[in-house]
Design a protein around this ligand. Structure first.
Ligand SMILES: Nc1ncnc2c1ncn2[C@@H]1O[C@H](COP(=O)(O)OP(=O)(O)OP(=O)(O)O)[C@@H](O)[C@H]1O
Ligand code: SF4
Ligand SMILES: [Mg+2]
Length: 369
């Protein structure tokens, strides 16, 4: 695997600034932010801002239904840095896929974006022309869906479909295009890549189909991969192989990946950052390490407690279901299911507040007064 210098220096810079900040705090016994600490914090913040490739800001989205407009996403904030895997987790129906699909503007006709911005390299995708969107999809941002059959055409060979992508996005023809397609299949570890070019999707196993989709994303040199439950339909061994492959692509090409999943165990092993979504809101966001050591939001804690483990005698469950977009929930959207619910939670919406370096949580339990 090629050593990634950019990623190395970005991480080294982040770690050194955080370490300096911690040492200063310990030596000066500072409990409130002094100008020096604020300056260092702002420098760190500036560094993080510079590395952002995608920034979703206050996204509010809903659907025109039979009984009128129903909101599905509430002030969603989600950012992705260069060369990181940012996992979006939450139960079914929480809004993970529609958040991801709004990045590609691949939404049903009934969807309406009420407000917000989706900045790709600081330019708002929501203001893109159709031509700009065509370039964006596949060429800059590629989607790896849960079921690869929905993206592969059963009537064409894998080779034909790869060559089509290469023709459109890389303007290569003939032998050059074929060489590129074979290289992409080899990169995703498809054995006998040259002869496999002539096979049809139904001749591939589930894991191989998913690899073929990833090969297409590689052919476009996409800067962002959106992997929407990429391993749910696969068995555990193939799951691990696909996740290893995504990690290799990230390290070798500095590709940024949005990993959508229900599986917190998978996230723990693979994600650099985690955002937890509940009923259309991001309720907690932190680096992977910080998330697992200082889990804050009651919903995140409940999700973690419901992971099966050999040490647990009884599996904990979260009572009830997430609300549908037809249900009106006042206050904190998790309050009907929350074991720590207080009076304030029933009528007031908790703000996302900073509870650590780049760690945010939206829960009244963090309000000190
Ligand atoms: N076309 C649509 N019309 C109306 N409501 C929709 C539409 N598409 C999605 N929704 C609703 O929006 C909410 C979020 O859906 P979304 O598909 O993003 O959930 P998800 O978190 O990806 O769930 P899953 O894990 O099951 O894939 C759900 O309540 C869903 O019913
Ligand atoms: S704000 Fe209240 S209801 Fe919501 S998660 Fe926190 S404690 Fe539970
Ligand atoms: Mg989904």
């Amino acid at each position: 695997m090629r050593f990634n210098h950019i990623l190395y220096w970005q991480k080294a810079l982040k770690i050194s600034i955080i370490t300096i900040l911690k040492i200063i705090l310990i030596f000066l016994n500072i409990s409130f932010p002094s100008p020096v600490v604020l300056f260092i914090y702002m420098s760190l913040y500036g560094t993080i801002e510079l590395m952002k490739i995608l920034d979703i800001k206050n996204l509010n989205l809903g659907f025109e239904c039979e009984n009128g407009f129903r909101q599905a996403l509430f002030d969603v904030n989600f950012s992705l840095q260069k060369g990181e895997i940012h996992a979006l987790v939450g139960e079914s129906g929480c809004g993970k896929s529609i958040t991801a699909m709004s990045v590609l503007k691949l939404l049903p006709k009934t969807a309406q974006i009420k407000s917000g911005e989706i900045l790709f390299k600081e330019k708002d995708i929501l203001k893109y022309t159709n031509k700009e969107l065509e370039h964006l999809r596949g060429e800059k941002i590629a989607l790896i869906p849960q079921d690869p059959m929905t993206s592969l055409n059963p009537l064409f060979t894998i080779g034909d479909q790869l060559l089509e992508v290469i023709k459109v996005h890389q303007n290569l023809q003939g032998k050059d295009a074929e060489k590129k397609a074979i290289e992409a299949l080899e990169a995703v570890r498809i054995p006998s890549a040259k002869s496999r070019m002539k096979t049809y999707p139904h001749e591939f196993s589930g894991g191989m189909k998913q690899r073929a989709i990833i090969a297409m994303a590689l052919c476009c040199n996409a800067e962002i991969l959106i992997a929407d439950e990429p391993t749910t339909a696969l068995d555990v061994t193939i799951q691990a192989q696909i996740m290893n492959l995504l990690n290799e692509i990230k390290s070798e090409n500095n590709t940024s990946i949005i990993l959508i999943t229900h599986d917190l165990a998978l996230v723990g092993e693979n994600a650099d950052r985690i955002s937890v979504m509940y009923a259309g809101r991001i309720v907690e966001s932190a680096s992977s390490e910080e998330f697992f050591t200082n889990t804050n939001h009651p919903y995140s804690i409940a999700l973690l407690n419901s992971i099966p483990s050999l040490n647990k005698e009884k599996l904990e469950t979260i009572n009830g279901q997430p609300p549908t977009i037809q249900q009106n929930i006042s206050g904190c959207r998790f309050h009907p299911r929350c074991k720590s619910c207080m009076d304030i939670c029933k009528d007031n919406i908790p703000n996302n507040i900073s509870i650590g370096i780049n760690h945010f949580s939206a829960c009244f339990l963090n309000n000190k007064d």
